[in-house]
Design a protein around this ligand. Structure first.
Ligand code: UD1
Length: 389
């Protein structure tokens, strides 16, 4: 059986890492080798990096830290409009499929690379497995929602992280046979990262400290701090919306310092809209994008995380860190029902209202959702192997 693992943008890398580790482990297990050989099969896989994200801090550092080998193919898609980026990935990925003749293409998440490679593979009659299937924000203005719907509509294997995913796919008419509730693959990486941090804690801490000193003239007055990430086009592409969010952050930062590792899109827009003055002389400490371990080391001890990312809503739920999601909806409702996540909207007023409540109330206690246990990659690979005839 030959598998192509596709990753393109930052949030994809932590989702393929556990699959690579598991494939390596499975291949080493003599039992599997024998069983596969008896069927006249070998287990082989290759990594395809579409190049949607390409800066060192947005890409290579994740491969290094998460022990993912160099990609076998780098498609060099780069930036562009959605159509340009998607078309470029499709064109080059088609050639890879012709050359490799994979049995299964595994795509993860909801980025443009996910959509491009699933459509390309399916048109070549290659089976598609979608990891993180079934999530729905019901907001068709989000490019990710379109990517999710299209990818799920043609995937052969739907690997689902939370119960809402099962319900959504059932409603969309998917057959039960295609749906596998296997848990959350990001959490495999979270546990992997925590273990690595334990070993390396001192080095990573020292690095973050240097960044902090570098980034600001502040010294931490206490160890209460918040962490922010922001990059959704709907939050950062319009001046007034971005300004409103930054005003709320500025206000919160009088209470506790806020570390703000900046996504390239957000940084560009803050400069373009000349919004630097909103955050100057506040408790907001801007840093370049952080590596996985650096970032984990920072947020795992935060008093509050504010974000518009998908994955961070899930990760904070597992570690029980309060999370404010700066959006009007989420495709990950379990993080609200069972976890520590709160939707706070995208206005200054809304964010501050939630913050005042947070200050008064007790910390929202969360529960770790089912199968978010660090064993998701194993379930996925077992299913793929079992289903290969
Ligand atoms: C993409 C995903 C989003 C994901 C996010 C995580 C889609 C539709 N969106 O959004 O779901 O949450 O990644 O980061 O696939 N840039 C760089 N260096 C890089 C990569 C990008 O400077 O390594 C710049 C580009 O010039 C571009 C901007 O950042 O203008 C945005 O990159 P892009 O890949 O288009 O989308 P993201 O906003 O990162």
């Amino acid at each position: 059986m030959k598998i192509l693992l596709v990753a393109g943008a930052r949030p994809n890398f932590m989702k393929i890492a556990p699959l690579v580790h598991e494939l390596n482990a499975q291949q080493k297990r003599a039992q599997w080798r024998k069983r596969l050989r008896a069927k006249g099969q070998e287990l082989g896989w290759k990594i395809v990096h579409t190049g949607q994200h390409y800066d060192y801090e947005m890409s290579k550092v994740f491969f290094d830290e998460l022990d993912i080998p160099e990609p076998d193919y780098f498609l060099g898609a780069g930036s562009g409009t959605h159509a340009e980026q998607t078309a470029k990935i499709m064109t080059v990925f088609e050639r890879v499929c012709h050359k490799e003749k994979p049995d299964v293409v595994v795509v993860v998440g909801d980025v443009n690379s996910t959509l491009a490679c699933s459509v390309t593979a399916k048109k070549l009659n290659v089976k598609v497995a979608h990891v993180e299937a079934g999530l729905r924000s019901f907001d068709m203005t989000m490019p990710e929602e379109i990517n999710r719907i299209v990818t799920d509509s043609l995937s052969d294997y739907l690997f689902i992280s939370e119960k809402s995913g099962m319900q959504n796919l059932k409603r969309e008419g998917k057959s039960k046979k295609q749906m596998y509730f296997i848990g959350n693959i990001m959490i495999d990486t979270l546990y992997y990262g925590l273990k690595k941090l334990e070993k390396k804690e001192k080095q990573v801490k020292a690095k973050v400290e240097i960044e902090r000193d570098h980034a600001s003239s502040y010294t931490l007055s206490s160890d209460r701090y918040a962490v922010v990430t922001l990059h959704r086009p709907s939050n950062v592409d319009e001046k007034d919306k971005l300004k409103d969010i930054l005003m709320a952050l500025r206000e919160i930062s009088w209470d506790m310092n806020i570390y703000f590792p900046m996504h390239p899109r957000t940084e560009k827009n803050i400069n373009k809209f000349k919004l630097n003055k909103v955050i100057e002389n506040s408790g907001i400490i801007m840093t370049p994008p952080m590596s996985y371990l650096e970032f984990l080391n920072l947020w795992k001890d935060a008093s509050l995380v504010l974000t518009d990312s998908g994955g961070i809503q899930e990760e904070t739920t597992v570690l029980g860190i309060p999370c404010f999601t700066i959006r009007d909806n989420t495709e990950r409702p379990i993080t609200i029902k069972q976890g520590t996540n709160t939707l706070v909207g995208i206005t200054c007023q809304g964010i501050l209202k939630a913050y005042r409540r947070f200050k008064k109330a007790k910390r929202k206690k969360g529960k770790v959702p089912k199968f978010w246990d660090g064993k998701t990659a194993k379930r996925i690979i077992n299913i793929l192997i079992k289903n290969q005839k």
